[in-house]
Design a protein around this ligand. Structure first.
Ligand code: HEC
Length: 150
């Protein structure tokens, strides 16, 4: 494939990935709802707020396979599109950083040197977009909990 064609193919697959990510959202919310209720009950005797409930690995795995896996591998290997493999990502960044990155890479690169460097080193110029499903704090916790298991 000529470099230009390769770029178009990559762009095409990103658009597709985003479309799929959007349509997966409705389903994710259905799954997230019962766990929100559960955590509400579970915290009635504790002082932590439901928002601080720990992550649900199963929902995290579901979110990963429906959204992140379009670009990332769950292994240590870089994907064809140049996105880093996410195994051991918690050894490269701390949890708070990952939480902010997956909430909005676009916002983080404006102020964070590490994020800027990461985007600059990205092959093919692919940049991680801000994802609608990741605006929910519980979804980010669930994903991070899942990343821990890789
Ligand atoms: C459209 C492709 C795409 C999607 C979808 C995507 N990412 Fe990314 N991600 C990237 C790219 C590319 C990078 C490398 C940095 C850059 O250039 O933005 C990255 C970087 C990362 C990093 C930092 C990795 C490192 O080694 O420093 C983490 C963590 C991450 N993504 C998590 C996620 C999670 C979790 C999801 C799903 C909620 C997700 N990404 C969805 C493309 C994507």
């Amino acid at each position: 494939m000529k470099p230009k064609n390769a770029q178009i193919a990559i762009l095409g697959s990103i658009c597709l990935a985003l479309l799929i990510a959007q349509s997966a959202m409705a389903e994710n919310q259905k799954i997230a709802a019962p766990s929100a209720i559960e955590s509400g009950n579970a915290t009635s005797g504790e002082e932590s707020s439901p928002a601080l409930a720990s992550g649900d690995v199963k929902n995290g795995e579901h979110l990963f396979s429906t959204i992140c896996a379009h670009c990332h591998q769950a292994s240590a290997n870089e994907s064809n599109t140049g996105a880093p493999g996410l195994k051991d990502v918690l050894t490269r960044h701390d949890e708070a950083w990952i939480n902010r990155w997956i909430e909005s890479p676009e916002t983080l690169i404006e102020t964070d040197h590490k994020a800027m460097k990461l985007v600059k080193s990205s092959r093919f110029g692919l940049t991680m977009p801000t994802l609608p499903a990741m605006q929910e704090e519980q979804n980010r916790r669930d994903i991070i909990e899942y990343l821990r298991t890789l």
